[in-house]
Write a protein that binds this ligand. Sequence first.
Ligand SMILES: O=C(O)c1cc(=O)[nH]c(=O)n1[C@@H]1O[C@H](COP(=O)(O)O)[C@@H](O)[C@H]1O
Length: 235
Amino acid sequence: MRMHRAQPSLYVALDFPDRAAAENLVAQLDPADCGLKVGKELFTRAGPELVRSLVDRGFAVFLDLKFHDIPHTVAQACRAASDLGVSLVNVHASGGRAMLAAARAAIPPGTDAPALIAVTVLTSMTEADLVDIGVNRPLADQVSALARLSCEAGLDGVVCSAWEATAMRSVFVQPDPVIVTPGIRPAGSALDDQSRVMTPEEAIQAGATSIVVGRPITRAQDPASVAHEIARSIR
Ligand SMILES: O=C(O)c1cc(=O)[nH]c(=O)n1[C@@H]1O[C@H](COP(=O)(O)O)[C@@H](O)[C@H]1O
């Protein structure tokens, strides 16, 4: 039995500079097509009140604040996130075993609890970036090691690039891990600052359970139609 809220196949990243711009897109979206991701920029501008209001409108909300701090602080932040009624919460796996365990203890599994997942290696990073921060093993090995740690701490899944999605299935012992893949680019769209990218269809075929799409939607001439088309392509 699933021990967290259901997850949509598509989360649209509401990476907008203000609430009005976010609301303009949200008004054109259907909770049956997609969930909404509120990240650091919009949360810092618009805060928990916006998150609650999106939840009240029936959207699954991914509160993407990537907590990474001492265990007590992360636990308290996770509890606050869960209290907002969101469907998905993330922390950085590199915060370590004790921090992951504290996050898990703060959000006990339950059908009404948000899924709790850990970011492995950011989709913007390359192997050279890992060397810069003192990680000398192959990127895929680092992702798998952090996913294993997250699994051992009892988390529900991971954030990784679609390139690593297939491997996550063998790392996680639970039958239905939540595998969230940002770094999604429909064929022909700009990479922006992403490094490890795939198209929506490829990511789902590789084993992603939810994809996250931001700029290919938010910077499109007609964001709602691009969101609808992506949702349709992975249905
Ligand atoms: O946790 C995330 O959502 C995340 C993890 C990661 O490794 N890479 C990544 O891009 N993200 C987020 O996913 C979104 C991707 O946006 P676009 O690159 O515009 O599609 C951004 O809001 C990022 O903060």
